[in-house]
Design a protein around this ligand. Structure first.
Ligand code: KG4
Ligand code: ZN
Length: 336
């Protein structure tokens, strides 16, 4: 059987993504970022996001099909993110994808956004396969997932407060570095000393769980105290030090999960996996431990339509179909 061709639509947050994927091969992957629309508010505004998806989605779909050289009738299925995410934003892509599929009498697949992130490493070539431990870290979620088989997920650990990307974003905002904060801190850290300030690493007694609220308090207290005393280190040192604290926590808890499961494959997904320090640290550790590491390229770590299409190919091949009456689920949980 030839590889199925699936259109993937992603609108869970502030990126409109549409892509065409054949099997595990990306034929096109187009994005419309709303970063500028939200930057002046210092965060994602749900109503603004939904509106921007409506404005972008039709043209993006045409572009994705044209770039792939695929006629809509050649699609085997249409996949769209069902959740988790912002309800209004999700509804735009989900309804659009469902309508498109219905009009063409094609199968429709509602996809879990986090499963999309879990599947993204497949788009970078062969070798990524279960059993694997996968670190998922984005603006809305931080989870360490054991995947004994495709489509089977055991969430081993997650954050008890802020997601890792949220921590980057909040701290960058506090430091006046703009939105989104992750890329700003990543860039500022380049010339900084990660050992300049030792910020706390939380939850030593919980091997797989994460917490970033203590770090947030530690950084804000440190900055206020040292600002008053005129002893504040350069912003590059602050950025590198807080980045190191977040990266340390993510790497340590992920490796604990690798050890506990005996997995030899390690994957990653979500916007925070675009972080250069995190990628370098995971590479070092994977090499040292003989793990097969699979991190998507940064553009496939961030929200995109290709990962949704990729998970759609998997679900389509299994004969699954999402009923027409299905609705979005803004608090969808992995594996449910
Ligand atoms: O996966 P994603 O695009 O959207 C969500 O599903 O949330 O992730 C966005 C998050 C934001 O919090 C952003 O600050 C963070 O990923 N991020 C980064 C980097 N690039 C994006 N965090 C650290 N370093 C980066 N280079
Ligand atoms: Zn995401």
């Amino acid at each position: 059987m030839s590889d199925p061709i699936v259109l993937g639509v992603e609108t869970s947050c502030d990126e409109t993504g549409v892509a065409v994927v054949r099997g595990d091969e990306v034929l096109s992957n187009v994005l419309s970022s709303q970063v500028e629309a939200h930057a002046r508010f210092g965060g994602v505004v749900p109503e603004v996001a939904a509106r921007a998806h409506v404005e972008a989605i039709r043209a993006l779909t045409h572009r994705a099909l044209a770039r792939a050289g695929v006629h809509p009738m050649d699609l085997d299925a249409v996949a769209a993110t069902r959740g988790p995410g912002l309800a209004g934003a999700l509804m735009v892509g989900f309804s659009y994808g469902k309508t498109l599929a219905w009009a063409m009498s094609k199968p429709f697949l509602g996809i879990d956004h986090m499963e999309g992130h879990l599947f993204a490493p497949r788009l970078e070539g062969p070798g990524y396969r279960p059993p694997a431990v996968v670190l998922l870290a984005s603006g809305g979620h931080s989870q360490i997932v054991h995947m004994p088989d495709w489509g089977v997920y055991e969430v081993m650990g997650s954050t008890i407060d802020d997601a890792a990307g949220e921590a980057f974003d909040k701290l960058a905002r506090f430091l006046g570095m703009g939105f989104p904060g992750g890329p700003a801190i990543d860039r500022a850290s380049e010339k900084g000393d990660p050992q300049a300030v030792r910020f706390p690493r939380a939850l030593a007694d919980r091997p797989f769980d994460l917490s970033f609220s203590g770090l947030k308090t530690a950084v804000t207290t440190f900055v206020r105290t040292h600002h008053r005393a005129g002893t504040l280190p350069p912003i590059s040192d602050l950025a590198a030090s807080l980045q190191e604290a977040i990266v340390d926590a993510l790497v340590e808890k992920t490796l604990n999960a690798v050890e506990a499961t005996g997995a030899t494959t390690l994957g990653g997904g979500g916007g925070v996996l675009a972080n250069r320090r995190l990628r370098a640290r995971l590479s070092e550790e994977a090499e040292r431990r003989g793990l097969s590491l699979h991190l998507p390229s940064p553009v496939l770590c961030l929200d995109n339509g290709a990962m949704v299409a990729c998970a759609g190919v998997f679900r389509y091949r299994r004969g699954e179909r999402t009923p027409w009456e299905a609705e979005v689920d803004s608090s969808l949980r992995l594996g449910s």
